[in-house]
Design a protein around this ligand. Structure first.
Ligand code: SF4
Length: 255
C-alpha cells in the first residue's frame, strides 16, 4: 500500500535517516521556532523535574528494569506517595499483585476497577442486549469517568492505567486531573502486547484486517463461558469454597 504523506510531520516514515537522533536539529519537522517554544515549557519546574526523573529512570534501568518496576522507580524519584491504579477486570489478578507490590514499596495505593458503579450497558450507552459481549445477562459498562473522578478526589500523585480498553483509556485520561502513565496496554488477542500484532501484521502473518465481527458460534462460546462460570460458582458455594466461588462469579464480567 502506498504511503500517504499528506501530513507535514511524519517521523515514523522519515526519509532523512532520522538524523535528529544524531544531533541534527534542522529538518522539515524539527523547526527552530518549535525548539524555542519547548525550551520555555521545560523550564517550568514541575515539568522539568518530571522529564529529568524520567531520563534518570531511562539511564539507570536501560534494558534492565521492567516497566512495572520503572513505574515504581519514577514515582519514588518524583517523591510521590499516593498512587492510583486503574485496572480492567481482565487483569484483576495481576492488579491485586501490583497493588500489593506498590504497598510493599511504601506507597499508599488507591485502586479502582473498570466496572465500578456497576451500571448496565443498556442504561447509559444505549446498547441492545445483542450488542453485549455476552448477551442474555447483566453486563456492566466500563466506567472510566468514575475511575478518574475517584482518583481526582483522592488526589493521587500519579494515575497508573492497567489494561483499560481502547477508548475507555481515552475517556479516563480526558477526565484525569493528575499525572498519568500507562502500565499495560490492553490487547485481548495478544496477551496485552499490541506491538506483537503490529509486527505480525507488517510481516503478513496476520490478516491486514481481522474479521469484522465475531461469528454467532464465537458469541455462543463466550456466553457459555459465563454459564460455566456460574455453574462453577454454584458448586463452589455448595462446597463452602468462598474465595473460589467469588472468582468464578467474577468471570461473568470478565472482558
Ligand atoms: S525530526 Fe526530522 S530527521 Fe528526525 S525523524 Fe522526524 S523527520 Fe526524520
Amino acid at each position: 500500500m502506498a504511503l500517504k504523506r499528506e501530513s507535514k510531520v511524519y517521523c515514523a516514515v522519515c526519509d532523512l535517516g532520522q538524523r535528529c537522533y544524531e544531533g541534527d536539529p534542522d529538518c522539515r519537522v524539527s523547526r527552530r521556532a518549535l525548539r524555542e517554544e519547548v525550551r520555555e515549557r521545560y523550564a517550568e519546574p514541575e515539568l522539568k523535574e518530571m522529564s529529568r526523573q524520567a531520563a534518570f529512570v531511562e539511564h539507570y534501568g536501560y534494558r534492565i528494569w521492567d516497566r512495572a518496576y520503572e513505574t515504581v522507580a519514577f514515582a519514588k524519584r518524583m517523591g510521590y506517595e499516593h498512587l492510583g491504579l486503574a485496572f480492567c477486570v481482565t487483569v484483576r489478578d495481576e492488579a491485586e499483585m501490583y497493588h500489593r507490590y506498590l504497598e510493599e514499596q511504601g506507597f499508599r495505593v488507591t485502586s479502582v476497577m473498570c466496572k465500578t458503579g456497576s451500571i448496565a450497558k443498556e442504561e447509559l450507552l444505549g446498547l441492545a442486549d445483542e450488542d453485549k459481549v455476552r448477551p442474555g445477562g447483566f453486563e456492566p459498562m466500563c466506567n472510566p469517568v468514575a475511575q478518574a473522578k475517584l482518583f481526582n478526589e483522592a488526589e493521587v500523585d500519579l494515575a497508573i492505567l492497567m489494561a483499560l480498553c481502547v477508548g475507555h483509556d481515552t475517556v479516563m485520561i480526558q477526565h484525569l486531573e493528575v499525572p498519568v502513565t500507562v502500565l499495560v496496554a490492553k490487547d485481548r488477542a495478544f496477551d496485552h502486547k499490541p506491538i506483537e500484532a503490529i509486527r505480525l501484521r507488517a510481516a503478513g502473518s496476520i490478516p491486514y484486517e481481522p474479521p469484522a465481527q465475531r461469528t454467532p458460534e464465537q458469541v455462543a462460546a463466550h456466553v457459555a463461558e459465563r454459564v460455566g462460570a456460574g455453574r462453577d460458582a454454584d458448586s463452589a458455594g455448595e462446597a463452602g469454597a468462598g474465595p473460589l466461588g467469588a472468582d468464578a462469579v467474577d468471570e461473568e464480567t470478565s472482558e
